[in-house]
Every structure is written in structure tokens, then in C-alpha cells.
Design a protein around this ligand. Sequence first.
Ligand code: NAD
Ligand code: DAU
Length: 360
Amino acid sequence: MSRKRIVITGGAGFIGSAVVRQFIRETDNVVINVDALTYAGNPESLAEARDHPRHVFEQVDIRNRAELERVFRDNKPDAVMHLAAESHVDRSIEGPAVFVETNVAGTQNLLEASRAYWAEQDAEKRDNFRFHHVSTDEVYGDLDPDDPPFTEDTPYAPSSPYSASKAASDHLVRAWHRTYGLPVVLTNCSNNYGPYQFPEKLIPLMILNALEGKPLPVYGQGDNVRDWLYVEDHAYALRHVLEKGVDGRTYNIGGRSERTNLEVVRAVCATLDRAAPDSEGAYERLIQFVEDRPGHDRRYAIDDSRISDELSWQPRERFDTGLEKTVRWYLENQAWTERVRTGAYREWIETNYGHRGALI
Ligand code: NAD
Ligand code: DAU
């Protein structure tokens, strides 16, 4: 692929920063990183890409249409990968408004700024332009234990304010394709894990709590099932779809690693027992069952045959090896974790776990 200029929104977040690092490390492309730096965004997650000459950082909120238009004018991109979002289900339950503002209205702004820019380009640049919307498997709702996995044709049935806002954004992207002809691709992915994930999500929260001897708060019975994908595999999948995906198509992405939450937490504990043994005993002793998440989706599972058959993508990392790498990363990067756990983080922990009866 010849050198492209790619706008990546949310490029200072967990998945976005993995995509940016990969593009800088493995391609010749120029990355225009558009991120508002909310609590979830952190330039330190960009590592070697941060000061690279092919990395342009634009601290811009996608809710600001005029600023987005300036970014397009100044940077003349060939493609957009849209990852910026409010991404945490529990926060969407506590405060849904910002999820609608960023995930729905922000996506509409970005679509409009993209469309205005795209319409002004010459025929060749218009034909090659692409808007890649990065979404979640949660738009499909949840599954019973014996249901077949989600396909790209599974009807939408989102449960939480977060997943409803992502579902709305998916619909907007398809409408901009059908009504205005904007070239788009969409991806819906399962749960990611790996380095640089903000420690409000299950795996990093459990690692950091365990290392501090704090309780490991498992919602309900711990029998909800998620399908886990190592973040670098997701980043590869996104690059595959951006480059080779068919215009207007959706691709499901999954990790082929379904686990109950309790299995995941036990695996984290066992990995820590090997990597950082605690003189007080096995980390599993810290597991505590707490009040469930309202509307908690039971199970997600992905049928990835479209992306594997059409685009020859499949996950490379096994869950046990990916988890080992993740645990070791958190052990070796305690300066990063200390800096993201600010006062606001501690307030969130109190808000989310205080009422659940977890002794945090
Ligand atoms: P994250 O919360 O770690 O990062 C989100 C990034 O978006 C942050 O850098 C933040 O500063 C930025 N952002 C938030 N609001 C913004 C705004 N108004 N304007 C500009 N930037 C803003 O999220 P993540 O886990 O990396 O997820 C990235 C994308 O992938 C999201 O769209 C999410 O829905 C989707 N996704 C996530 C997962 C997962 O398991 N984490 C799985 C499937 C899909
Ligand atoms: O499926 C993709 C989605 O995965 C993404 O779209 C979301 O952005 C991402 O946050 C993730 O959503 P989940 O709600 O599945 O992830 P989370 O890490 O918050 O929780 C994973 C499971 O663990 C879920 O069943 C709830 C449970 N859980 C979570 C936390 C934070 C606990 O039992 N205890 C906890 O403290």
C-alpha cells in the first residue's frame, strides 16, 4: 500500500493507541491522531509513536464540528478510522448523557465533516476514501449458553446505554453510506485485553487490585461469558479491514476465546501467583462476589467466518499467552498505572463499588 494519511480518532485510548503504534511501527503511513484526552486518553500510551515524524497529534473533541473541519482541511486524509468513544458500560449506567453526546452526536459530526471533505476531492481520491467505524459486539444484545454466535446479520438488541449509543452510531454510518454514498466499512469486535487498558475494565482492575491485596469484585455469580481478543490482534484486524474490506460491509471480529468472568479472574490470579507470588497466599483468596451490573448481558460470542474467509484474518494470540504478556506488562509498567489512577479514578471506584458492598 502506498503512503496514506489516516485520521485515527481515539488514538490515545487503549485500542486506538495500539492501532497508532502498529501503523507507525509497521507501515509508512502518516497518522493524524484526533483525541480529546478524556480520563481514558493518555499520550503516554503512544510510546515510541508519540514523537515520531509520521504522527500528528490533534487534541480535538469530536463533538466540535468546526475543529473537525479544520483537522480535515489541514491534514488532507485518505481515510478515517473512528475509535473515539465513551467505552465503559458501568459508567454509561451511572451517567448516560455523555455516551449519547460523544458516541452518537460525535459520530454524526465526524460523518458530516468527512462527507464535506470527501465531496470536495477529485474522483480518484473520492473513490479511494474510506470511513472505518469501529464498533462492538454488544450492539447485538446477549446470547443464551447454547445460542449460535453473533453473525453480521444478527438483529440489533443493545442492552446498556453504552451499547445503545454504539448501535445508534452504527446506524448513522450505514445511513451516510446509503444516502450520501460515503464509502464506509464497519467492524464489531468482542472484548479486548492487553497492555495500556484503563484499569476500570475487568482484567486490569483485577491485576492491580490483586497486587494491592484488595478484593477482586466479581459481579453476580461470575458466570457471564465474554469472548476475549488480544488488542494487537484487533489492531491487525482493523488494518486488514481498512485496506481490503468491501465497501459498505460489516465484519465481526472475535478472539475464539469464550470464558466466564470467574474463569478469567481465576486465570489472572494463577498468572500472578507465578509472576508475583504473594506471601499471604494464592490471589484467589481475594475474590469477592458483589451486586450484579443492572441489565448485565449474559454471553457474547462471535462468528468470525466472514473476516477469516474473505480477508484471511484470524487471531494469533492464545488467551493464556496473551494474558501472561498482559500481566507482565502491568507488573513492568507501574509508573503508567500510578499516573492514570488519579483522584478522579479513585472517585469512580467509590461510585461503582461502594454501593456494591465491595471492600475497596
Ligand atoms: P478507551 O475508553 O480506552 O479510549 C477512548 C478514547 O477516545 C480515549 O483516548 C478518549 O480520550 C477518546 N475520546 C473519548 N471521547 C472523545 C471525544 N468526545 N472526542 C475525542 N476523543 C474522545 O476505549 P477503547 O477500549 O480503546 O475502545 C475504542 C473503540 O473501540 C470504542 O469505539 C469502543 O466502542 C470500541 N470497542 C472496544 C472494545 C473493548 O473491548 N475495549 C471492544 C470492541 C469495540
Ligand atoms: O464486548 C465488547 C465490549 O467489551 C466493549 O464494547 C466495551 O467497550 C468494553 O468495555 C467491554 O465491555 P464489558 O462490559 O464486557 O467489559 P468490562 O471489562 O467492563 O466487563 C467484563 C465482564 O466482567 C462483564 O461481564 C462485567 C464483569 N465485571 C466487570 C468489572 C469492571 C466484573 O465482574 N467486575 C468488575 O469489577
